[in-house]
Design a protein around this ligand. Sequence first.
Ligand SMILES: CC(C)(COP(=O)(O)OP(=O)(O)OC[C@H]1O[C@@H](n2cnc3c(N)ncnc32)[C@H](O)[C@@H]1OP(=O)(O)O)[C@@H](O)C(=O)NCCC(=O)NCCS
Length: 143
Amino acid sequence: MSDITYRFATKDDIELVYDFALHALASSEIPVFAADVGDGIQERIMEGDVRNLIVAEDLDEEIIVGYAEVDPQESGRILIMGVFVLPEYRRKGIGKKILQMILNEICTNHEDLYVRAFTDHGVKFWQSYGFDVQFHVMEYKNP
Ligand SMILES: CC(C)(COP(=O)(O)OP(=O)(O)OC[C@H]1O[C@@H](n2cnc3c(N)ncnc32)[C@H](O)[C@@H]1OP(=O)(O)O)[C@@H](O)C(=O)NCCC(=O)NCCS
């Protein structure tokens, strides 16, 4: 596999992040990504604390292939707002390395982590790292 580096996003990443968002938009999970994470991501990079957003960059291809964002508002525990790895880069340990960076670089006071899991493979991913399911959201499609 290509050389992947993990780092906080910077304001110079706006174009790379835009390309990443386009790739992600093309994937079938996009309703979740767009609604909960992708919206306004560039604005948040420009205006926010860039330590809230971690990117995985393929240095050979010069593209962002994965990212995770945490909520800066929380204290005591850290909410992961979203994590996304491009489909062709999945199951190579990228998501896990991003999670390790959150733990090492953001949870410096041993804060607990929580996340809203929207997809089945998301649930499996979190569980593989030791996250427990805390509650279920039920929906009734009114005919
Ligand atoms: C969830 C996601 C971020 C995982 O990223 P990834 O880089 O593929 O994850 P990793 O390679 O680090 O996987 C670590 C472990 O998680 C588990 N896992 C990850 N994807 C899985 C899947 N599709 N099915 C079952 N287990 C899975 C496995 O135990 C895996 O270890 P293994 O490959 O050695 O078996 C990625 O699939 C993704 O972006 N999905 C779309 C967006 C999404 O669902 N985000 C989560 C929303 S809450």
